[in-house]
Design a protein around this ligand. Sequence first.
Ligand SMILES: Cc1cc2nc3c(=O)[nH]c(=O)nc-3n(C[C@H](O)[C@H](O)[C@H](O)COP(=O)(O)OP(=O)(O)OC[C@H]3O[C@@H](n4cnc5c(N)ncnc54)[C@H](O)[C@@H]3O)c2cc1C
Length: 253
Amino acid sequence: MGRQLLKVAVIGAGVSGLLTARELQKEGQQIVVYEKSNQIGGLWVYDPEVETDPLGLDPNRRIVHSSIYDSLRTNLPTQLMEFTDYSFTIEKNGKYLCFPDYKEVLKFLNDFARDFGLDDLIQFNTEVVSVKQKNGMWVVESKTNGDDQFKKEEHFDMVVVCNGHNTQPKLVNAPGIKKWPGKQIHSHNYRVPEPYKDQVVVVIGHGPSGFDIAFDIAKVAKEVHVSSRCPQVEVRKLETYKNVWQHPKVPTR
Ligand SMILES: Cc1cc2nc3c(=O)[nH]c(=O)nc-3n(C[C@H](O)[C@H](O)[C@H](O)COP(=O)(O)OP(=O)(O)OC[C@H]3O[C@@H](n4cnc5c(N)ncnc54)[C@H](O)[C@@H]3O)c2cc1C
């Protein structure tokens, strides 16, 4: 007896959605990929615009999906980021590029989608607004081009949610931070260093984004102070920078 083919909805055409679609396609399943923007790539599509509320507290703010800043290079080498059967070889001036920039990652994803014919499976400008179960099927409700008047329903055997998880900022709850008079932003809304020219800037968090952004801002700022969660960190100036200091953890509630 033949295997039953499934109708599957994939929400999002970023890295996860594209790979999911390709794996389901290999099995011959019937797939619809919903993508709310007009192109594939998700996080890797740089958007120079930032949100209307730089801390992401206002529920009515204009949402920008990507958190990519202009200087971003990958923090993993291409050998780890590439797919098992689709390699990510980038050469510039005859040299193998291990940590490419976001434009090169986006090109890799576009090439991948083109080579596996994934574009034809994607409904662009189509945002999934609800997913419900009814009579053993999944009912996916979507709207196209932000049109709230006309919502479409489709029925599926399975739904794979690949909508990304970096768009909603996670904030630090430090005593006094709400009363602090300076400008505050979450890294989701950081793009370029120029607005920080001659400023004294505190960067809370020394993960890959924290350090990338601190060093980017240090090119133009007066002073940059990076707070780390590691218990053994002491206040000290970083030797290779004339204006960057590291600090221990900012106390939180
Ligand atoms: C600053 C930063 C740097 C990073 N650097 C690296 C790195 O160097 N290497 C690495 O491997 N990873 C890195 N990551 C991790 C990154 O999150 C993953 O690489 C990857 O992009 C996540 O892919 P995704 O498909 O899960 O989500 P996303 O890329 O966010 O894609 C989600 C897609 O879903 C769509 N969508 C969302 N909601 C809906 C809806 N309701 N209906 C329809 N479509 C919807 C969005 O428009 C988007 O296209 C980084 C993350 C950040 C924030």
